[in-house]
Design a protein around this ligand. Structure first.
Ligand SMILES: *Cc1c(COP(=O)(O)O)cnc(C)c1O
Ligand code: SF4
Length: 420
């Protein structure tokens, strides 16, 4: 398959020909896509059951829905459709009201020799996040994602080499760093040539404390052909092999939201090809209403991942951004989903941790609900913390069936949470 992306305009053209969606539905999606990102491709379209698209998790994953907007906001857009300036302002205002920059994103930016590493984040001692500029887009867009403020499109090798030199200096100067995590967007939208411009200098630098190179990517869900039949697939796989042969652990952090993304032949082939390089695939996903809010989905997904040799890693609570009200799953329900699934899989899939909130102080896991001295409480746990001393000390919050983020919880048995 040759990659073909569709924006709303070209999808409308396609729809005229293929009649996938009724006209009124397209209109609603078009209006929602003024605010939410929209991009699909031919592979993703082939995963959708068009006879029953309304309930199809992949359809929900990539087609923004009218219901993702508040009624008033939707009205505001409709009213201003014919006035370009007013429409632009309405879109901007709505986007700003959706908290596009959740807490902590602009924090923890590292600095070395007076130079700021703008495309990096160093929050946990062991792992530095790196956002290569050219990787700040994706093969399609998830409707729940709000990274669009950072989606850009520069394509410059020179830029890559400048960036990576500062990054190497920083890692060298910080011996606690064992991992570098390339993230985005999706770093694997980059050509192998561009990716090499980032990776090869790191290999050449031979920093003794750097052990693990990770790629966070949704490409296996959105475009598995990347490792099978793209023009530079072979070179990309060779690059993976070079990383492994240089003595690094190459960790492919794969983002899958539903087992439907794991059912194609090309996906299996892509997974095999990656594994043959010596890379290890670990999997993660947020829990999302309308897409995967049931134990059965997670149970099936984890079982399938393990049977393909992947290692389930994290289940996340969706961040407090974007159409949160639409995708929202309260902490209590998320924990029940997790528990229902994890209790039905073998130990090989019980490597997964969750449900976890990536909040400012760290990754906060919901261990469960318990009753202590007659009081119903959430038991919580820091899975990762800016302050490593806090990791793995259980702490408590008053039970709240509706709460869906840490800032909606109140501490139990103490005045403050341990991270406060
Ligand atoms: C999740 C995360 C990491 C990686 O954490 P691991 O538990 O090592 O996978 C690193 N930095 C940030 C900011 C994160 O949110
Ligand atoms: S693949 Fe990741 S960064 Fe890209 S739209 Fe989806 S969630 Fe956002």
């Amino acid at each position: 398959m040759t990659y073909k992306a569709y924006n709303i305009k070209s999808f409308k053209e396609l729809n005229k020909e293929k009649k996938l969606l009724p006209e009124n539905e397209i209109k609603e999606i078009e209006i929602a896509s003024l605010v939410f990102p929209f991009k699909v491709n031919n592979y993703i379209l082939s995963l959708i059951d068009w006879e029953n698209y309304k309930n199809d998790p992949i359809f929900r994953l990539v087609f923004p829905q009218k219901e993702m907007l508040k009624e008033d906001d939707y009205k505001k857009l409709i009213e201003n459709l014919n006035d370009k300036e007013k429409l632009k302002k309405a879109v901007y205002d709505i986007r700003m009201s959706l908290n596009p920059h959740p807490a902590g994103q602009k924090e923890n930016i590292p600095e070395i020799n007076g130079k700021k590493l703008e495309g990096s984040q160093h929050k946990y001692k062991e792992t530095i996040l790196f956002f290569p500029k050219q990787g700040q887009t994706c093969h399609a867009y998830c409707s729940f994602c709000f990274r669009w403020p950072q989606f850009t499109g520069i394509n410059e090798l020179k830029f890559a080499s400048r960036e990576v030199e500062v990054l190497i200096d920083y890692i060298r100067a910080n011996p606690t760093i064992t991992d570098i995590l390339f993230t985005g967007g999706d770093p694997l939208v980059m050509s192998s040539k561009l990716l090499r411009a980032y990776v090869e200098p790191i290999l050449k630098a031979k920093i003794p404390h750097l052990k693990n190179i990770r790629f966070g990517s949704k490409v296996l869900g959105f475009w598995p052909y990347r490792f099978v039949s793209d023009p530079d697939s072979e070179d990309l796989l060779n690059l993976f092999k070079e990383i492994v042969d240089s003595g690094y652990h190459l960790a492919f952090m794969a983002h899958f939201n539903h087992y439907k993304e794991l059912g194609t032949e090309v996906l299996e082939k892509a997974v095999k090809n990656i594994q043959n390089t010596g890379a290890i695939i670990r999997t993660q996903s947020p829990v999302l209403r309308h897409i995967n809010a049931s134990s059965e989905v997670w149970e099936k997904m984890w079982k399938k991942q393990v049977s393909l040799g992947m290692i389930p890693y994290y289940m996340f609570i969706a961040r407090d951004t974007g159409a949160k009200h639409y995708f929202d799953v309260p902490l209590y329900e998320a924990w029940k989903i997790y528990k229902g699934a994890i209790s039905k899989v073998s130990g090989l899939a019980r490597t997964v941790r969750g449900p976890s909130m990536s909040a400012a102080p760290g990754k906060i896991g919901v261990v469960g609900v318990s009753e202590i001295n007659g009081e119903k409480v959430f038991v919580l746990n820091m899975l990762q913390a800016k302050n490593p001393e806090l990791v793995d000390i259980p702490f408590f919050a008053k039970f709240d069936e509706k709460a869906s983020w840490i800032d909606e919880l109140k501490p139990a048995f103490s005045e403050k949470f341990i991270f406060e």
